[in-house]
Design a binder for this molecule. Structure first.
Ligand SMILES: C[S@@+](CC[C@H](N)C(=O)[O-])C[C@H]1O[C@@H](n2cnc3c(N)ncnc32)[C@H](O)[C@@H]1O
Length: 379
């Protein structure tokens, strides 16, 4: 196969994989900026990439094509204006399904609440004006935080391993300061020390090795620059261990986590809607109501989010139930473990505490070399 047909083959494979419904989505509305290719390198040999066989909407905007490594000639397709690195099929596929179903559910503009803004502001207490800076978002999902990062005026590169990038592109692909790519955090297509800020929210616990995922991040920061992560937490002690051991979520996951996502989603929807009236009553039982609902696997936010309509509450309930049951990996960590990891990679000014979504951690990359552990083992 010659190089040109190799590129076309890659693109066709991706088109088949992403499916016609997505291709018909808004991704083509404003194609990616050709100039953004400068931020990417071959994830294997860290060499620059050349765009070939491109389809342009204007001379500056790329709809599709192939990014070819200038050293090893490896091809990476650009499909629906999104550069794709890594295998088409991977362990994060259920997330792709989830975020395409719920592309807007958690956007504040959609819910009318400020949950995503508050979480972003609390976990990344960074200035609101970051013009001139480069931000990397790892594991964007539907892109609710991409939008927040883009509002700072920084150049934002947002990546996810799953087809969730399609949902993100539909919402944020039009921003001139956003580049969305599909890639694996264990093997990112950027030169090291490229970013002023990096955030990774809601992701680490869903990777096959949380430790390796964590230590793969900081090498991409410039010295003196900032990282913010979070991770599900587990509490030390016998009682928390026992509660986890008998938790309905972790018990049921053993049986259904490998189920076809469509079937699992239908089950979550049916289950939530059927038990909804019961959950509403149970939630009123003082002290233990919400715990009983958790045991029944109904995610009911009615008493906390009184401003949401009944339909919206159910939408959030179905999303969160699917989000609990479907990920291939779900590995909460101890606070002490995450603190140890921050020290291990040599981050400074660290602040690792219980917070939103479990544990929040922030730190600054020191000037000089990071400890060799992360450089040698992972990147
Ligand atoms: C629970 S979602 C969180 C999405 C988003 N950060 C949010 O909070 O709305 C976790 C995301 O991490 C992504 N992810 C998991 N493993 C990854 C990997 N190895 N590389 C990049 N993204 C990954 C999944 O595809 C998924 O979209």
């Amino acid at each position: 196969m010659n190089l040109r047909s190799r590129g076309e083959f890659c693109v066709r494979k991706w088109l088949l994989f992403t499916g016609p419904s997505l291709i018909a989505g808004s991704s083509f509305a404003i194609p990616m900026k050709k100039a953004h290719i400068q931020y990417l390198v071959c994830p294997d040999c860290i060499a620059p990439l050349a765009l070939v066989e491109a389809e342009y909407s204007t001379s500056e905007r790329v709809i599709s094509g192939v990014l070819r490594c200038k050293i090893c000639n490896q091809d990476y397709p650009v499909v629906n204006s999104i550069p794709r690195f890594g295998p088409e099929s991977n362990y994060a596929e259920n997330f792709g399904f989830e975020w395409l179903k719920h592309a807007r559910t958690q956007y504040d503009e959609y819910s009318g609440r400020r949950d995503s803004s508050l979480r972003f502001e609390s976990e990344t207490p960074w200035p609101s004006d970051l013009k001139g800076e480069m931000i990397l978002e790892v594991g964007s999902g539907s892109g609710r935080f991409t939008a927040k990062a883009a509002q700072t005026g920084a150049m934002v590169i947002s990546m996810d391993y799953s087809r969730a990038v399609e949902a993100n592109y539909a919402s944020n692909g039009h921003c001139d300061n956003v580049l969305i790519i599909q890639a694996n955090l264990y093997k990112m297509p950027f030169p090291k020390a490229s970013f002023d800020r990096l955030f990774c929210l809601g992701v680490l616990q869903h990777t096959p090795s949380v430790h390796e995922a964590f230590i793969s991040l900081s090498p991409y920061l410039k010295p003196g620059k900032h990282i913010a992560i979070d991770c599900y937490c587990k509490r030390p002690g016998v009682l928390p261990w026992l509660l986890r051991a008998i938790s309905a979520k972790y018990f049921v996951r053993h049986f259904i986590r490998l189920m076809n996502p469509e079937k699992l989603y239908c089950w979550c929807e049916r289950h939530t809607r059927r038990l909804w009236p019961l959950a509403q009553c149970i939630n009123k039982i003082p002290m233990i109501g919400p715990t009983i609902n958790r045991r029944l696997l109904v995610v009911y936010y009615g008493d906390d989010y009184r401003d949401l309509s009944e339909e919206m509450l159910k939408e959030w309930g179905v999303l969160d139930l699917f989000d609990q049951l479907s990920p291939m990996y779900d590995s909460p960590q101890y606070l002490a473990t995450i603190r140890k990891w921050f020290d291990e990679v040599g981050l400074e000014k660290t602040d690792v505490q219980y917070g939103y979504n479990g544990i929040n951690g922030r730190g600054v990359k020191p000037y000089g070399e990071l400890r060799t552990l992360c450089d040698n083992r992972l990147v």
